[in-house]
Design a protein around this ligand. Sequence first.
Ligand SMILES: [Fe+2]
Ligand SMILES: [Fe+2]
Length: 475
Amino acid sequence: MSTINYSEKIPNNVALSEDKTLQRALEHWQPNYLNWWNDMGPDGSQGFDVYLRTAVSVDPDGWAQFGHVKMPDYRWGIFMNPKEEGRQVNFGEHKGEAAWQDIPGEHRANLRRIIVTQGDTEPASVEQQRHLGLTCPSQYDLRNLFQVNVEEGRHLWAMVYLLHKYFGRDGREEADALLQRNSGDADNPRILQAFNEKTPDWLSFYMFTYFTDRDGKFQLCALAESGFDPLARTTKFMLTEEAHHMFVGESGVSRVIARTCQVMNELKTDDPAKVRAAGVIDLPTIQRYLNFHFSVTIDLFGADESSNAAIFYNTGLKGRYEETKRGDDHRLQGQTYKVLNVQGGALVEREVPMLNALNEVLRDDYIKDSIGGVQRWNKVIEKAGIPFRLQAPHKAFNRKIGTLAGANVAPDGRVLSQAEWVANEKNWLPSAEDRAFVASLMGRVTDPGKFAGWIAPPVMGINRQPVDFEYVRFN
Ligand SMILES: [Fe+2]
Ligand SMILES: [Fe+2]
């Protein structure tokens, strides 16, 4: 089970060849996927040989192998963690029952919705990032972008397999629709708003992979607890791949900061105009990008009170982050949780039934985790002897979903009038000028070991290769 069969058209460890109907249906979807990759995947890069990792097993030790491949030849496939004998539904009203190997009829519609929503984000991010290769700051970074892209493509495969295997004709139709919606498309957009935003420059890309791929981590962790065992096993393996995506984001932002601080110290200035004139991104602009990506991403967790969240939990479909490590009763009936509202010009806490607040519970767990990286970024600034500190904004800042949607709240949590918001918005969120400035720095650097002037080199290369390794052969 842990070794992957690469002799078949679709690599897999799910014994695909034993179910000919399913195998044929997926082999029919495969060329449509490749067409989508050619049309919507990384722009102008189909002929490059890229030093990519490919999953060869689902064993935690040595699950991947590295080598140069052309991306359209990447072996996308279907990989699941091994089955745990005796696994149970670990929360909700079915707690203690054997985990489901098939979909209980009454949960079919909800499960389909969960899988489709997760599946839709995977190709969406590839679409959002498709032009970034044209302005890569180095070969190392270009390779990392492509690695993230091919793995998001594989995550789509993971969800499509579940749709085809367990949802019959509806599932096949949903799988087709996943290739038809497009990020930012006016008529047929992706399901979630953050996946319709542009990722126009590399600072946005690093922020996205730090913050938004981390949302992916939390959603996958919640689904890895599912009572529907195939979903749990699939998402567990997806998490193995996801760690690298967040590394790309965290180390990317960190390298941008390191380079900025170096130039600030050389010039002995903290004047953003002088810093920009020297060709690096000033720290206040980095803060505004952080504010944007943080706030857009925490909206992805959904409304703070949600009857769907309660249903998904009660019925054993979607758990909490680290559900089985928690010491409570895993049913949560009669328990409460605090959510925020704006009342009379102030933020006030309100106790609501915890089952209805599970989106908020997951959002709060996410916020705790994402703040860790902000602190590590601050260490870089501190080490450079610069007094500036980055900060994650208040969770009520710039919200578009839930009871806080549309409230005017400053990054420090002060509730503002509309006029105060309008007067300050450009200090808190990237303005058109900020974006134009960052865009102006985006050149294309492709010599091995060379880096654009606005970013520091990484400390080490990928898979113990040197930093100046030929990660991409342009042919
Ligand atoms: Fe993903
Ligand atoms: Fe990801």
